[in-house]
Structure formats: C-alpha cells, structure tokens
Design a protein around this ligand. Structure first.
Ligand SMILES: Cc1cc2nc3c(=O)[nH]c(=O)nc-3n(C[C@H](O)[C@H](O)[C@H](O)COP(=O)(O)OP(=O)(O)OC[C@H]3O[C@@H](n4cnc5c(N)ncnc54)[C@H](O)[C@@H]3O)c2cc1C
Length: 461
C-alpha cells in the first residue's frame, strides 16, 4: 500500500480518535445446526430475593448481530479473517472485530481493524469520492470518523435506531448507580496493557474486578483450575488435525462433567462466546486468567459524540450492495437506492452468515468461504439490582461450581458502586438458551443461579 500525504494525516488523526474509542472500552459449508435441548422451566430459591432492577440482553436473536463475537471453530484458522478483510475490487471493504487478527472478538480489535480498512480506502480513493459505511458499532464509528477527517463525504448507515452496535449502555441515573452495559465493557489485562501502549489514561473510567472466587453448595470452594484446558490444548496442537476443545479435553482424559472443569469452560464461554464443543484447540479463544477491568460510563453516548459532523442515517438497514469496478450502490430496507464510490461493511459475521445483506454480484468464493468458516459466538448478560445484599462476600468475580446454574459467572459491583448490583455473564449454548427464555423465566433462572451465594436463612427456633 502506498502512503500518500493524506494517508499520513488520517493515520495521525485516527490515532487520537482510536485512542479515545479504545479508551472507552475496555457458503460452501454452513455451520451445522445443533439440536437444542428443551429449556428447563426454572424455579427461584426463596433465599435469593426478586431484584428491584433488572435488565438483560438478547444478542443471539437480534437480527443485526445474531451473536456476540466471532471465533475460530476447529478446522478454521486466522487466514479466514484475513481473507474476509481483503477488499473486493477496491470498492467493497470489510472491517470489524471479525476481520481483526490480533484481538478478534473485542472492541479494541474492532477499532484497530477499522483503522486498517480506513487507511486502505484512503490509499486508493480520490479526494472528492463519496464513501459509505455500513454499521455504526465501534468499527463503523471509527471508520466514519477517519474517512470524514480525511476530507471525504461520508454517510454512515445503521440498521438500529441507536449508535453503538454490540456496545450498549443504558443510561438511567434513577435506577442504577452506573449505566448497565448490555454489550462490551470488560477489558483483559492484555487489552488494558495495549491501551497503555497507546498512551491512554484509563483514569477514573475503569473498575478492576480482581478477586475471583468459586462457590459450590457448601460455600466458597477452591478457585477454578484452567490447567486441564491448557494441557489438552497443548497436546491437541501436536496432533495431525485440529479438534474442538471439548474433544481435546476428552482425548486427554479430562472429565467434562467435573464441576470445576465445567465452571472453567463456562468462564471461557462467558468471556469469549466460544462453544467448547466447536472452538478450535489449535487457535483457542484467549480468555483472562482472573482479573478483568470494567469500563464504566455512557459508552454509546461517547461513540455518538465522535459522529457530530458525520452524516448518519439510523434505522436504515442496508439490504443489498451492488458493486463493480466503477462504484457501489446500496439499497436500503425502504427500497431507496444510493450510489457511492466505495463502502466499508462492518456488519457482524452472524448477519453476513444469515445473508442479512445481499451482494450483487455474489462475493468471491474466498469471502464466502471465510464468512462460512468463522463461528458466531454467544454471550448474554443480566444486570440485577437488589434492595439489599443477600450475599456476604466482597469478592468481585464469582464462579458457580456444580449444581445446575444456567449463569455461572457473576460480577459483584457492590464494592465499587456501594449498591447491591450483580452482573451475570453466560456464554455459548447456555447463552442461546438464556436468550430464548421469557422475561419472567430469565429472571427466575438468574435467581436460581445465585443460590450458592445466599446466606442461609437464620434459624428461627
Ligand atoms: C454481551 C456482550 C459482551 C461483550 N463483552 C465484551 C467485552 O467485555 N470486551 C470486548 O472487548 N468485547 C466484548 N464483546 C464483543 C464486542 O462487543 C464486539 O467485538 C465489538 O463491539 C464489535 O464491534 P463491531 O463494530 O465490529 O460490530 P458491531 O458493534 O456489531 O457493529 C456492527 C453494526 O452494524 C449494524 N448492522 C448490522 N446489519 C446491518 C445492516 N444490514 N445495515 C446497516 N447496519 C447493520 C449493527 O446494528 C451494528 O450497529 C461483547 C459482546 C457482547 C454482545
């Protein structure tokens, strides 16, 4: 790629915006359809009270995400992401968490990848070109900002009525001490260090959740043991072919029903969305050892501010992208068609897999192969505020070991907010099941998942 003066300018400007954005974070072979087990009807234990405040996500069924993160299933490798990231005729460009190879599945990855795609467009575009960006998540916002800073006429099309994509803050001062985050808000140590590399001062905007504990029916239990996963992955990486992590564990003699191992796998799934029965052991998803950093505040509002002078069309799903050597034409859900010189598509891989956007002509085989090869992971979250704490621990990360909890990862925000707020995280198949529950059943399942933390009722005799 040749570096023009404008490229350099954009690179510099984007650095600043990228830092800010980063600081705010922390079909050849269709995927097989899994047989779903019936969702059990949960009952809540009396010791866990009904919450006074309650919010939950449902990304699995959201038609503009159909999932939470991308990951590599067994048999796929990181070149799938690179293949998807290649531009088509220098007219259609792809960006987002799925096309980043360094930190895929994260906000930092999405932002970095948007910078990559924007620089690629700028290196080929004339000054007066009209550019379109599809999707106003972290990647789309940063791309639109960069391209506008480079002097292009940019229009950002967003299917939903709001900006942010898989970042979703609910600002409600009256109900909640901090805005509940229904999407991304956690950073691993690694992500945090990468922000430090970029001279970002996270300052007062993060909380550190660094006291992990494990709980079973008898109370606090020994912590999670990730060793079986690490050992199985290491052995699997010496094999002739890739195998899913769960298979690699069984081949290594691990008991998948062991409560401590099940809890470790649940933590992996809750943070990465990856299903152990599908995720590659050659390229396993990275998940934090223990501590995570939560970015607090109105993240959607922050993203919106980046777009103050950009033309943004919300509630404008793009249904079709036609392209040739001369340009692109976008058709909106309303039937309206608009012409541009080039487009960056940031729609999630779940949307591309379900052909939420039609391409004309069809994308090259390498792109379609890459879209089919990546897996769409699932993470759902619940935020619960109680009138008073029913737990007695100050630990900030709780893992449920044993029992039949649907949500096995809990974050205790009371030490930071002074209010009894718990955040549940559930991943992979359990997240898909959780997303299907009615509001009432989801609340019961969440309460049932907390039974090990409830103080036993005082003896009245
Ligand atoms: C519950 C949950 C928890 C997560 N936790 C973390 C975390 O703690 N840390 C972390 O780093 N990452 C986390 N992630 C992942 C993170 O949210 C994503 O990696 C990142 O936000 C992706 O950004 P993006 O811009 O690539 O995609 P998105 O944010 O999904 O943006 C794509 C946009 O495209 C829009 N769109 C889709 N189809 C169309 C269409 N046809 N026309 C127009 N617009 C369309 C969508 O509405 C969306 O706004 C989490 C995700 C979820 C769901």
């Amino acid at each position: 790629m040749s570096i023009t003066r404008r490229t350099l300018l954009v690179g510099a400007g984007a650095g600043a915006v990228g830092l800010l954005l980063a600081a705010c974070t922390p079909e050849p072979q269709p995927a097989p359809t899994r047989t779903k087990t019936p969702v059990p009807r949960p009952t809540a234990p009396e010791a866990v009270p009904a919450p006074a405040g309650w919010l939950r996500s449902a990304w699995a069924s959201d038609p503009y995400s159909f999932g939470s993160t991308s990951y590599l299933p067994a048999g796929a490798d990181p070149t799938e992401r690179e293949r998807l990231a290649e531009s088509v005729l220098d007219r259609v460009f792809f960006a987002g968490e799925a096309t980043d190879t360094t930190r895929p599945g994260t906000v930092v990855g999405a932002v970095d990848d948007a910078r990559r795609a924007s620089l690629e467009i700028v290196s080929v575009a004339e000054d007066t070109e009209r550019l379109a960006v599809v999707g106003a998540g972290a990647a789309g916002v940063i791309a639109a900002r960069m391209l506008a800073d480079a002097g292009h006429e940019v229009t950002l099309f967003e299917a939903r009525e709001r900006i942010g994509g898989r970042i979703r803050s609910v600002a409600d001062d009256e109900q909640w001490p901090i805005p509940p985050q229904l999407g991304a808000w956690l950073l691993s140590e690694d992500d945090l260090a990468s922000l430090d590399d970029r001279l970002v001062d996270m300052g007062d905007h993060t909380v550190t959740l660094d006291v992990p504990t494990a709980w079973n029916a008898d109370g606090e239990a020994p912590g999670l043991d990730r060793a079986p996963i690490a050992q199985a992955v290491e052995k699997a990486q010496a094999q002739a072919s890739d195998a899913p992590i769960a298979e690699a564990l069984s081949a290594n003699g691990a008991d998948l029903d062991d409560p401590a191992l099940a809890a470790s796998l649940a933590w992996m799934a809750a943070i990465t969305g990856a299903d152990p029965s599908r995720a590659s052991s050659w390229y396993p998803p990275r998940f934090p050892e223990g501590a995570v950093h939560g970015v607090i505040g109105d993240l959607d509002g922050f993203l919106e501010k980046q777009l103050e002078d950009v033309r943004v069309a919300t509630a404008s799903p793009v249904s079709r992208i036609a392209y040739d050597e001369r340009g692109v034409s976008l058709r909106l859900g309303t039937g309206e068609a608009l012409s541009f010189d080039r487009v960056i598509v940031t729609a999630p891989v779940g949307v591309l897999q379900k052909q939420g956007i039609e391409f004309a002509p069809a994308l090259p085989f390498s792109h379609r192969g890459a879209i089919a090869a990546l897996a769409s992971g699932f993470i759902e979250t619940v935020w619960m505020r109680f009138d008073k704490a029913f737990w007695a621990t100050e630990a900030t990360i709780w893992h449920v070991v044993g029992g039949d909890a649907m949500i096995r990862t809990w974050l205790n925000l009371q030490p930071f907010t002074g209010e009894p707020v718990l955040v549940g995280l559930v991943g992979a198949a359990d997240a898909e099941q959780f997303a299907e529950l009615s509001e009432r059943d989801a609340a019961l399942a969440a309460r049932a998942s907390l039974v090990f933390f409830a103080e036993p009722e005082a003896d009245e005799g």
